[in-house]
Design a protein around this ligand. Sequence first.
Ligand SMILES: [Zn+2]
Length: 737
Amino acid sequence: MKIFDLSKIIALALLLTLGSPLSYAQIGMRELGDSLMAYTGFSRLWSPSVRVKQLRVSGDNVSVRTNQTLHDFRWTDQNLDSLCRKVSLWTLGHENGKVTIYAGSTDIRTLITDCARGISSSPSKAKDLTERNIVLYPSHGLYFNRDRAEWIWQRATLWTTVEDLYSQEYVRYITRMLENAGANVFSPRAGLDERHPGLSGMPRWTEGARYWLMHQQADSTLWDLYDGNEYKDDMKSRGLWVNSLETDVDLCVALHTDGLDSGDDSTIVGTLVIYTAKDDDGNTVLRDGKDREKSNRNLGDWIQTQLTEDLRTLAPEWTRRQLKEANYCESRVPVVPSIILELLSHKNMADMRYGLDPAFRFAACRAVYKGILRYLNGKEAVVQPMPVHEMAIAPDGTIRWTAPIDSLEPSATPTYYMVYVRADEGEWDVQQVEKKTELKLNLQRGVQYDCYVVAGNDGGLSMPGPMVSTYLAPDEKAPMALIVDAFDDVYGPDWFADSTFAGIVPGTYACESDFTCAYIGEQWDYRRASIWTNDDNCGWGACYRDHAGQLTVGNTRDWAMRHGRALRQMKISYVSTTAGLMTEPDERFKMVDYICGRQRRPIGETQKAMLAAYLAKGGRLLLSTDHFSAIDPQWAARNLHASFYAARATRSGRIVGKRHYQLLLTPNEEQLFTCTPEGLKIAEGAAVMATYRDMRCPAAVGFKGPKNKTLVFGFPLEAVTDFDKIYTSSIQWLNEQ
Ligand SMILES: [Zn+2]
């Protein structure tokens, strides 16, 4: 064996790079390191470079010793074989040498996981997660800082959120998905159903694990550890608590976000996984006797791989960072397979552009659930269906819905449905439906029915779909309304970037899916050059905290039920449908209530045609939207007798019509708000029905034709504090002869 001769690699490099403009004089161990680094695709933003410490060639045997960096790469048989052929070529001049590469003292071939080989780690033949015990918890949380005598966040407050609550937002969704697959899920931090104030005076779900364990009367040896340093207590308590659980815990995931900043607004930091190979005493096995590094790395690989694959369908540039062995308390202490997941960087604008979009978060949550499922069940795994998206109920009591398709997961096809029905807001009654996507209910007159559907298969149950609702008044001659729920959008806030300033467009807010617990206040620092100095002075991206601990309501997808309640009070019969299952309303329907809410997408072509045909037959239409500007203007002028006139048409939210109304314009716990109220312009023959008080421009336009009637609003009626009043008076006007 001989220590590598530099002249040889120079000669070979010459041979290999013929025709390229490389500077040959620089080729050597450093260049080999650079080539290895380039091979990993790792960025120097978050990874040290690969350094080659030693290169030995003996006959056809090549051994490369490097620093730790290559340990953090996800190796597969394919990518490692391919790299070895390259190294062989670079060093021996042919591809057939026997190459061994070390990261530190580890032969990197030993780092190839079961996940990378597509091998299931458990002999289970289970398809779902029944009887699995999973620890999944959100990072950080408020803690009491004794020096400051104050409860403070553990992380910086940026981009309208803080990791302490942002992680909670993911965990509550993933927990539901895991539970829908049959798993028992445990957390040392209070879940969102803990709305009572904790020690901090804030809801318990905002506080760190230390306080929840204390509240649960867990042994103080789990959380009183560092002589009053409650920050350290909180961190350490989590792993100790995992080990104290009576149940056999299958795995533990600590869900964090990272604080790394790319310095610009477009470079994604991405997803990092951290695990620990040795415990405090240097033990390398878990409680079940299995190798720590193998188990933990494998768990991390399943989750990180699934996240990367799934997120790239929404964000093609999404970055897979390291699968990193490092010594962190949260991954070191548990004696079960455990990882720290750093899902994205909460400091980095490019990450948070995605991270504030509820659709992106849903995909990320589903990916974490799928990663856990595959880690435990391998190829046997069946993924629970996506939620049902479209649903309708007809006057004869027939409920119909569409089968949800998951383009990423063939196994996620539903095989049955659970139909939830309640009468007059009583208990939910559940019926299972096989093979079909409809169910006939026996409707009684005088009773309000609300329904939604959950799709199921061998993997478990989906999240719930939209709610439809119906009420047939006791009087058969009562007018009948069709409620069309066309509000299915969710989206993040708007963003901007110029050379000096960048961030969230002031006054724009996400349209959340159902609600969020992560919104804490508006961004105020837009200056790229502002640097972080401390967590109360966080630099570029810094936000206020006036909403921390509050929930923010978004698209709850139960709009038909809410509108229906008011119709019932008016003794009007109704049925409802989501826009995708709408059929052309016939003469049975005295009126159509078309709910756009905060829908950004324009009204679809088929829906426009159906509404136009309905109006031409003498129909009556109520339509409210804060994106009137998204509606085809010609169609709107002809059929709605109004056109878009002015954006941001009120700041006070005061609306004056027959009465005064208050429109909600900012995130709140009570109900939907709008941040984009629009002013309207009347078409010929139409009349202004309401005005934005401060801007003095039309907020609602009514039209009374010889046959038909329309009433349109430039804001969602659901965002008015007195929804019932404005809705009732609108329906009354429409219903008058
Ligand atoms: Zn963290």
